[in-house]
Design a protein around this ligand. Structure first.
Ligand SMILES: *Cc1c(COP(=O)(O)O)cnc(C)c1O
Length: 411
């Protein structure tokens, strides 16, 4: 079973024929002709399907899978995922609109994020979406808004846990955080919520993101269940849904190992009987963004120039930081590391060289690969950044320097 897990090595993820990368069954050179312009993002539909199947195979069958849309909100990707997952988590009204356009029932969509405004709340309440409450002030605003609409809002409390997720790329819970209600304040809030007559759905406990350590995730799962049982004692009605977050990471950088998903599944399987005993009416959901889509996506740009500067080769491309901030190293990385990058139309050619691949922006931050060993490439060749299906286009400053926005295709 473990052998079926995807490896970090970029060359096993997508097939290569005649030295050319294939995505969605199409040769990259042909896809570039079809798209008509570079740069572009391409997402492989089948890879997304396989990833959800992998999750279902390893996680306990009763666990619901939710897609956290901010990882990749391209409508075609979201529509495809809607047929595969049990719910979606959105963090804005814009994302909510995309989720509501799918076949998913509104009650399976949850809306998280601090600073929700009255018009956003009223739209979500009218839609029948579950609001993940981030603060006491927000709870009051939700109750008022529901009252003025004449609709009972569905609410879950987002709990800021009293523990941290070890070795996480981004910590989103534990300690002082702008997200969620501190665990120790939750009992009071539940009392208030009960008095308001809101439709209480359950809890949302999200502790971190981009974690490749199965043991750390397992510990967080155990602590999350323990915390949920503690706060559930104060709930005004049965806890119907417990969203235990996600945080499953993907390997981006040299030395990263793919997450040990079977170990996470086995740990959850071990925890489930006790959870079911303590919370018999509760469905458990896991919400994942990047784990569902990151490895299914590539970013493609074209080499415009080979430039030699004092012995160093620079491949200047038409793509860069403005389209793919994360690959440039400026999206939360402390030390810049290279994403996996290949020459998509010359994947396996024997002749290699060490190059830096840069974009057209007039800033030294515009780097796609720094001092990387890669197939020797020439003007017109296609540079491919792998692991680019999440936090790509919509996490990038596309207005910076005012170049055209790249296309996105689901193949
Ligand atoms: C961003 C976010 C996610 C998705 O994180 P990934 O690392 O992409 O899995 C999930 N839940 C919440 C609440 C988030 O803010």
């Amino acid at each position: 079973m473990r052998d079926s897990l995807p490896k970090h090595a970029p060359f096993v993820q997508f097939p290569i024929r005649n030295d050319c990368l294939y995505i969605g069954g199409v040769a990259l050179t042909r896809l570039a002709q079809r798209v008509g312009t570079t740069p572009f993002y391409a997402y492989d539909r089948q890879k997304i399907t396989e990833r959800i199947a992998l999750l279902r195979r390893h996680l306990p069958p009763e666990i619901l899978l939710h897609y956290a849309m901010k990882a990749n909100p391209m409508p075609a990707v979201v529509q495809h995922l809607a047929g595969l997952v049990d719910g979606m988590d959105v963090a804005s009204v814009g994302e909510m609109k995309i989720a509501l356009d799918t076949i998913l029932p509104p009650g399976s969509i949850s809306f998280a994020g601090p600073g929700k405004k009255m018009h956003e709340l009223s739209s979500a309440i009218a839609a029948g979406v579950v609001l993940n409450v981030e603060s006491a002030q927000e709870l009051e605003l939700i109750a008022q808004t529901g009252e003025s609409l004449g609709i009972t809002p569905k609410v879950a409390i987002r709990v800021n846990p009293d523990f941290e997720l070890r070795s996480s790329g981004m910590k989103m819970g534990g300690g002082s955080k702008p997200f969620g209600v501190d665990a120790e304040r939750v009992p009071d809030m539940l009392m208030r919520l009960g008095a308001m007559g809101l439709d209480f759905v359950g809890f949302h406990i999200f502790s971190g993101s981009q974690n490749l350590n199965a043991a750390a995730i397992g510990e967080a799962h155990a602590k999350t269940f323990e915390l949920a049982v503690r706060v559930a004692e104060h709930a005004p009605s049965a806890v119907r849904l417990l969203n235990i977050g996600g945080g499953f990471g993907v390997p981006y950088f040299p030395g990263n190992q793919a997450l040990d998903l079977p170990a996470i599944g086995e740990n959850l399987q071990r925890l489930m009987p006790e959870v079911k005993r303590q919370l018999p009416d509760t469905r458990i959901a896991i919400e994942l963004g990047r784990y569902m889509v990151a490895e299914a996506g590539i970013y493609v740009c074209r080499i415009l120039e080979r430039k030699l500067s004092r012995e160093q080769v620079f491949l200047v491309t038409d793509g860069g930081l403005h389209h793919h901030l994360a690959a440039s190293g400026n999206f939360g990385q402390v030390v810049r590391k290279n994403y996996p990058v290949i020459i998509g139309n010359k994947v396996q050619s024997a002749e290699k060289e060490i190059v830096s691949i840069v974009g057209p922006l007039c800033t030294p931050l515009d780097i796609l690969a720094e001092q990387m060993q890669i197939t020797k490439a020439s003007v017109g060749d296609l540079v491919v950044v792998l692991q680019s299906g999440a936090y790509g286009l919509t996490a990038s400053p596309t207005a910076f320097l005012n170049h055209p926005v790249p296309m996105e295709v689901l193949v």
